[in-house]
Design a protein around this ligand. Structure first.
Ligand SMILES: [Zn+2]
Ligand SMILES: [Zn+2]
Length: 775
């Protein structure tokens, strides 16, 4: 069996990881646990990525040295991963002497083979901050797809890697100033020169190693345009010194050095074990550069490198890192299988530390929900083929129905039955061949899926086995047959005990604590331990699957997971849904405004003529097209709508239509908005304008019809029939002013003061709301 070298993307040190970040370290953990159980010689390496501009500026902000900042955050990462039970062989870091040594030696190899070029470039320099701007510190419009928030190194929208000078409308991300170009010298890796060796490798490995589809697509699109030279030096202090005269004030670009961290962290582990005189020795070269290893025995077994990353990291792992290794001329271990996921989002939005949205590692710990429950949901919902959402409601449902209702129920009812009716001794019996052939077929599927790190499908397959077992319990009715056909009942219960044992072996990579707990209900002395391996206290491994002997007792089970109730789930959703302080403040002002409004005397209703005059002088209604729509995660009623109002800029409004209309009923509509209302913040998000809709009744049901005019282009001004010389650019108004006029439908005609409203010369009508008030 080949050896398996496993890595997960090195988390950037100065962020507390959220569930989306944790996905990668967890995925590699599940796979590594499987490999160990299956009998592969396995090494799982990860660590914090510590160099670069973000650390340097963050350290300035926090008044620490970059080293102090990294020490502080590294320990936070370590603590969180420990809580999530991630069983690294080593969790190291990149700011080490080993990293400097290996990065510099790879650089020298590349340089000696002519793959390092020197170029003078014009680099963006912020006159206000008085510094050259590293690429992440420039924002602007993506030259490829037009996204307006692309970073200098990469566009998140289209995934293309960028050079900051390519950005349209560049801005310094610190101060917003437009940067200027200034000349400076940098070193480049000659990717075009390496491409003739890289391309055949990529073509073969991506197929042999069954790279995930998104990584093949993104890699191909990247090399299709031809590879370009890429700068590997930066004007920073916090990084690895460049061993070349004239570059004393520069360091290596963090993306040149970070992937090399996988190698240096392995060496750091080897050095640590040697220093401790640990009997477990590690020759790092046996894993990363077998031809040069001293440990010939280990090095003689081929090694397969499995890498786990998010889709934003693909080109760095499939193009730049392998090219660096290939260009060095030495036979390094290179990527075999690429497991790159899509994004895990949060409640239909993005995780955001600054806005306090989402569950971060420390939050998960604080909830008191066991780490295995988080692990369960993350893998049940792993974003493999498309983005997925962390939704509290779904989290609750899946935990309650699958983890507790399916698997937990099987364990609980079976173990309780043994302890109650068989005095805790697993009864004698004959295995049911047809049941076991079904189980074994599914077990084979689980193994096959696991071999290629199809972690979500393998997980679902395990739950399918649990369903089969539950059905066997249900159909077998052992609570009846125990008296009528005792041998049949005993055989069934015996089979179920062994199926549970198998399930716990297979689920161990995902839910290690749960597996350990459930297996502790059974005795284990009589089960043969095939081989010992590090990090797995469970003596049962993959080789025991399908074996139906060796267990004798089954203790009364303990409850591990408790169902999540609505109140708790709502509390968590609120707690992790955004900045609480702002929301309370907002509510206070809202209430205050309402009170003040109530105090004011109701103004006298305006006459029809006064309403028409007010409309013409003050009120601006416009046509706008809904181009995207989503729910406001902090509200049961509000949609957030992005509009094209003809101005060419993104416009966001909110409307309380969730109880009445579905997203697809609104998307694409040419609606009418009150255009010049003062912007208003609702549940944390600013709304610029208000969408017009009319109430009506359908039987007893309250319904709402949104006014629309599909014939009119976005930006079209709504006018009253017969009005002349209307001022088009009206100033902002308060909501009170707007509500002084009454817009209503009369026999399906939308009117103000008895006069019809027109869009592009055509009367605005309703379909359902015959007579009613528009608001
Ligand atoms: Zn600046
Ligand atoms: Zn783009």
């Amino acid at each position: 069996m080949n050896r398996r070298l496993i890595t997960s993307a090195l988390p950037y040190v100065n962020n507390v990881p959220h569930l989306g970040n944790l996905l990668q370290v967890l995925s590699a953990d599940v796979f590594a646990r499987f490999c160990r159980s299956r009998g592969y010689d396995t090494l799982y390496i990860c660590g914090t990525d510590e160099y670069g501009t973000a650390t340097e500026t963050r350290a300035l902000e926090e008044k620490k040295s970059p080293k102090e900042l990294c020490d502080y955050y590294h320990s936070i990462h370590e603590e969180i991963y420990k809580w999530f039970d991630i069983d690294f062989d080593y969790f190291g870091r990149t700011s080490t002497p080993q990293q400097t040594e290996i990065v510099q030696s790879l650089f020298k190899d590349l340089d000696s083979r002519g793959f390092i070029k020197e170029n003078s470039i014009q680099q963006l320099f912020c006159p206000k901050c008085e510094r050259f701007l590293a690429d992440r510190f420039v924002n602007g419009t993506c030259p490829h797809c037009g996204a307006d928030d692309a970073r200098g190194d990469q566009c998140d929208k289209c995934g293309k890697l960028l050079d900051p000078t390519e950005l349209k409308n560049p801005r310094c991300s610190t101060c917003g100033t437009t940067p200027v170009l200034k000349e400076t010298k940098h070193l480049y890796i000659d990717l075009p020169g390496i491409q003739k060796d890289y391309s055949p490798w990529m073509n073969k490995t991506s197929i042999d190693g069954k790279w995930s589809n998104n990584s093949i697509q993104i890699t191909k699109s990247w090399i299709r345009d031809g590879l370009h030279e890429r700068a590997i030096t930066r004007d920073l202090k916090w990084g690895i010194p460049v061993p070349k005269p004239g570059y004393e004030n520069k360091v290596f670009y963090v993306w040149f050095d970070a992937p090399i961290g996988y190698i240096s962290i392995t060496k750091a582990l080897a050095d640590k074990l040697a220093l401790e005189n640990n009997e477990e020795k590690l020759d790092w070269k046996a894993w990363w550069c077998p031809e040069e290893a001293d440990d010939r025995k280990t090095a003689s077994i081929p090694v397969d490198l499995f890498q786990f990353i998010g889709k934003d990291n693909i080109p760095f792992h499939t193009v730049i890192f392998p090219s660096t290794l290939i260009g060095s001329g030495r036979n390094w271990t290179k990527l075999h299988h690429m497991s790159s996921t899509e994004y895990l989002n949060y409640e239909n939005g993005k995780f955001s530390k600054s806005r306090n949205i989402g569950v971060f590692g420390n939050d998960a710990i604080e909830t008191g929900i066991p780490s295995d429950a988080w692990r369960f949901y993350i893998f049940y919902n792993r974003p493999e083929k498309s983005d997925t959402q962390f939704l509290w409601k779904d989290f609750q449902e899946k935990i309650n129905s699958e983890l507790i209702g399916n698997l937990g129920n099987l364990v609980n009812r079976t173990c309780t039955f043994v302890s109650r009716y068989y005095d805790g001794k697993i009864p004698e019996g004959t295995p049911d061949e047809s049941l076991w052939s079904q189980i074994k077929e599914h077990e084979k599927k689980v193994t096959d899926l696991f071999e290629w790190a199809e972690l979500k499908d393998a997980f679902h397959e395990i739950f399918a086995i649990s369903s089969i077992a539950n059905k066997a319990f249900q159909d077998g009715e052992p609570w009846k047959t125990r008296n009528t056909e005792p041998e049949k009942a005993a055989s069934l219960i015996r089979d179920l005990c062994y199926i549970i044992k198998d399930l716990m072996i297979m689920i161990q990579p995902y839910l290690p604590q749960y597996s350990k707990k459930v297996l502790s209900f059974f005795d284990k002395q009589t089960v043969n331990k095939r081989r010992g391996y590090k990090g797995n206290e469970n003596p049962l491994d993959w080789s025991n699957l399908g074996i139906t002997e060796g267990l004798t007792i089954c203790k009364k089970p303990e409850i591990v997971f408790t169902p999540l109730d609505d109140a708790k789930i709502n509390e968590y959703r609120l707690r992790y849904g955004g900045n609480q302080n702002n929301q309370t403040e907002e509510k206070k002002t809202e209430k205050k405004q309402q009170k003040e409004a109530a105090k004011k005397e109701q103004p006298k209703p305006l006459s029809k003529e006064e309403q028409i005059a007010l409309f013409n002088s003050k009120i601006s209604l416009k046509v706008a097209k809904i181009i995207s729509i989503e729910r406001n995660p902090d509200s049961d009623k509000l949609y957030i709508e992005h509009l094209d109002d003809g101005s060419g800029t993104d416009r966001v409004i909110q409307s309380g239509l969730v109880p009445y209309l579905k997203e697809e009923e609104l998307l694409g509509k040419h609606v009418i908005i009150a255009d010049n209302l003062k912007p208003r913040k609702m549940r944390g998000i600013e709304s610029r304008g208000m969408l017009l809709a009319c109430d009506y009744k359908n039987g007893e049901k309250d319904c709402v019809e949104v006014l629309d005019c599909p014939w009119a282009a976005p930006g079209t001004q709504i006018v009253l029939e017969g009005s002349q010389n209307i001022e088009l650019d009206k100033p902002e108004i308060e909501a009170d002013t707007f509500f002084q006029i009454k817009i209503e439908t009369v026999n399906n005609q939308v009117q103000v003061g008895g006069v019809s409203l027109l869009a592009d010369g055509k009367k605005i009508t309703t379909q359902f709301a015959e007579n009613g008030e528009v608001s």
